[in-house]
Design a binder for this molecule. Structure first.
Ligand SMILES: Cc1cc2nc3c(=O)[nH]c(=O)nc-3n(C[C@H](O)[C@H](O)[C@H](O)COP(=O)(O)OP(=O)(O)OC[C@H]3O[C@@H](n4cnc5c(N)ncnc54)[C@H](O)[C@@H]3O)c2cc1C
Length: 322
């Protein structure tokens, strides 16, 4: 089976691959990966397609789409979740079962198996706060490995999976907060609703009708610079200390973009790729944009920010086939 990957990615770009295989069980993921890897052909593991920019021409690429489902209790507050489970369905499940820890991560698109890849985070919470271990099929060794939290080297939008550990995650185990006070069910629900409202106001909850959500979410990570460098920036540039001695400072990529002259809604000429009208950090597809146009706009933003502030913005999504 195959079809254009623009139909399977939230930014709605990507050409037609050589093949597209959906795998619905943990064993099928392993069999299919081993088969493709043995062939020596180009391959890519796709989840919900919400953090990838796939090139317009990918006719020699084989796609393995992870779609195994299931949430299983493995202990007191610990759950094992299959990689293809929808992330926000999992958050809803935990809130419904009075399990605390994920409510602030409500509304993030994509699958559970992709969540460790960039250690998804929002509103002061990140996956690493509840992550215990995952199962991983390693491309280099061909082995099935159990990776504990310490093995994954989680950081801000970062993990070992972004730093050369190539393969596929088949399930993830999380330790949730349990034995919460009686009123906590209400509090978890309220927090989830607050987060969903806030995210929707920024175009960060997927919606068919809202073109500002046809994106990869934040297109660039917030840069981390030295405190010395941060002092060269305008005083009103937002900054947060990320270590105890204050040597490293996180900046707001959205602020840097807006203050380098990029306005919300900006598009280059007649291109259908545009900065979101709701959030300067998202690049959106207004209908019919190509991957090349998305890439051009991203480069334009990077050049403006580099020329204005001397900072290289690093894209958050994976680029495939460029
Ligand atoms: C509107 C919107 C809002 C967003 N908001 C946030 C946010 O608040 N915080 C945040 O952190 N992210 C956010 N994102 C980014 C995105 O939702 C997350 O990164 C998500 O985890 C990606 O999941 P996915 O299944 O769609 O991954 P995909 O886009 O399919 O893949 C992303 C990467 O993970 C790899 N991958 C996928 N599945 C597996 C697997 N099973 N094993 C190994 N590798 C795998 C892929 O090869 C690729 O490199 C947002 C995106 C959108 C569109």
């Amino acid at each position: 089976m195959t079809k254009p990957l623009s139909e399977l990615t939230t930014i709605r770009v990507g050409g037609t691959p050589a093949s597209l295989t959906e795998v619905f069980t943990r064993d099928a993921i392993i069999d299919e990966c081993q088969r493709i890897w043995a062939s020596g052909e180009e391959w890519f593991v796709l989840g919900g397609g919400s953090n990838v920019v796939i090139a317009d021409e990918v006719s020699n690429l084989h796609i393995i789409r992870v779609a195994n489902k299931g949430i299983e209790k493995t202990g007191h507050g610990s759950i094992r979740v299959q990689a293809g489970e929808n992330w926000d369905d999992l958050v809803r499940y935990t809130v419904d079962h009075h399990l605390g820890g994920l409510e602030s991560l409500s509304g993030i698109p994509g699958t559970v198996g992709a969540a460790p890849v960039q250690n998804i985070g929002a509103y002061g919470t990140e996956l690493a706060d509840v992550f215990v271990r995952c199962e991983f099929l390693d491309y280099l060794s061909g082995e099935v490995q159990i990776l504990e939290k310490a093995d994954c080297a989680f950081g801000y939008r970062d993990s070992i999976f972004k730093r050369g550990k190539v393969g596929v995650i088949t399930w993830v185990e999380l330790q949730m907060l349990v034995d919460l006070p009686a009123a906590s069910g209400e509090l978890l629900n309220r927090r989830r609703d607050e987060v969903l409202d806030l995210r929707a106001s920024k175009g960060m909850v997927l919606s068919e009708d809202d073109l500002d959500t046809h994106s990869c979410g934040s297109f660039f990570t917030n840069p981390i610079v030295t405190a010395t460098f941060a002092r060269t920036l305008p005083e009103d540039a937002p900054r947060w200390h990320v270590d105890e001695d204050g040597d490293r400072v996180k900046l707001s990529a959205a602020w840097l973009i807006e203050h380098s002259g990029i306005t919300k809604g900006l598009a280059l000429g007649a291109a259908k790729a545009a900065v979101s009208n709701k959030h300067a950090l998202a690049i959106t597809n207004r209908g019919g944009a190509t991957a090349a146009q998305i890439g051009e706009l991203a480069r334009f933003i990077q050049e403006r920010v580099a020329a204005t502030f001397g900072i290289n913005l690093v894209p958050e999504p994976s680029f495939v086939g460029f």
